[in-house]
Design a protein around this ligand. Structure first.
Ligand SMILES: [Zn+2]
Ligand SMILES: [Zn+2]
Length: 347
């Protein structure tokens, strides 16, 4: 049987680069992709740390694109040779959430995600249902193609926020998600500031021409108050997963807070009466939702400055070293300063 190389998540703290049999199409609706490139996501790191739902013995990797090399008997919308981006969250299409347009709440989503609950794109080949594939135009290269799903989550955030041209926007956390929101805010809003603690990511924010504050060095509530002439931010995007309380202190009366970061180990204390008194809108959302096509359009029309986004493109077999640059010591599972924004493995 032919073999391929893959990074398999064995269990918490244990990601192994090993050989596996190349999968082949057996379901009529599946396609087999030859993976072209795959991005390393913050949630992959959370999975390795055991801070995200996971399934042992799964090939990780949910930010990927590839070429269609086998198709099932019922496949009719993609064809052999197509280059496609993947929405890794498989939505059933039949539950009441799917049928009412709220596909991010599909009852199957927690048990079917590619690269989380079933084998994903940290491999040379990956089986994907046809309906998860989105054909890429030539102007979107393989590296950018890995980020269509990432951008789709942020576009869902933008759809929820309805950012206006006169909004003051604050983004807490300048990782890849904060970066993408920062690009939108820079294009749309009146003024935007971001916060970040890692020196490397602070320098990327500056390179993007953004105002950036380190919350370990300055009082960000004071900063946002001065920055907005005493008013505070109309929109606060919390992209770390652990700063909801700070977000609530930085938002203006009547303003919106978007908790976007994901860390199920974090708890927050809030005063419900303050939400009422200051008419704060806390807007929850999850994943992308009908936002893959809009994301492809945004990349195709080059609407976002993606230059400083990609820190490194590395060969596929050098992937284990990338986690170190992203702030996780793979031997001790201790955190260290991040030396990268996004790292992509290229086959
Ligand atoms: Zn991701
Ligand atoms: Zn569903």
């Amino acid at each position: 049987m032919d073999k391929m190389k893959a990074y398999v998540f064995k269990d918490v703290g244990n990601l192994v680069f090993e050989e596996k049999p190349i999968p082949h199409v057996t379901e009529p609706d599946d396609v087999l992709l030859k993976v072209k490139a795959v991005g390393i996501c913050g949630s992959d790191i959370k999975i390795i740390e055991g801070k995200h739902h996971f399934k042992p013995n799964t090939v990780l990797g949910h930010e990927f694109c590839g070429e269609v090399i086998e198709i099932g008997t019922h496949v009719k919308h993609v064809k052999l040779g197509d280059r496609v981006a993947v929405d890794n969250n498989i939505r059933c299409g039949f539950c009441s959430f799917c049928r009412m347009g709220l596909t991010s709440q599909c009852v199957d989503i927690k048990t079917s995600a590619l690269g989380v609950m079933r084998d994903g794109g940290y491999a040379e080949y990956c089986l994907v249902p046809e309906k998860q594939c989105f054909t890429l135009p030539d102007v979107i290269d393989d590296i950018l193609g890995t980020q269509v799903e990432t951008l789709a989550t942020v576009v869902n955030g933008m759809n929820t926020l309805l950012m206006l041209p006169y909004d003051y926007v604050m983004i807490i956390g300048f990782g890849p998600i904060g970066y993408l929101f920062g690009q939108f805010a820079k294009n749309i809003a009146a003024k935007v500031a971001v916060t970040e603690i890692d020196p490397f990511r602070i320098s990327v924010a500056r390179e993007c021409g953004l105002t950036v504050w380190n919350p370990q060095e300055v009082d960000v509530v004071e900063k946002i108050t001065d920055f907005t002439y005493g008013r505070k931010a109309d929109i606060v995007i919390e992209a770390t997963g652990n700063a909801l309380e700070q977000a609530l202190q930085c938002v203006t009366p009547g303003g919106k807070v978007l908790p976007f970061g994901m860390d199920s180990s974090v708890k927050a204390t809030i005063v419900p009466n303050e939400i009422t008194r200051w008419a704060t809108k806390i807007l929850g959302l999850y994943l992308g939702q009908n936002t893959m096509v809009p994301s492809i359009r945004l990349f195709e029309e080059n609407r976002l400055n993606m230059g400083p986004f990609f820190t490194k493109v590395i060969p596929f077999d050098e992937g284990l070293g990338a986690f170190d640059l992203l702030g996780l010591d793979m031997k001790t599972l201790q955190h260290k300063p991040k030396q990268a924004m996004k790292i992509v493995m290229k086959m």
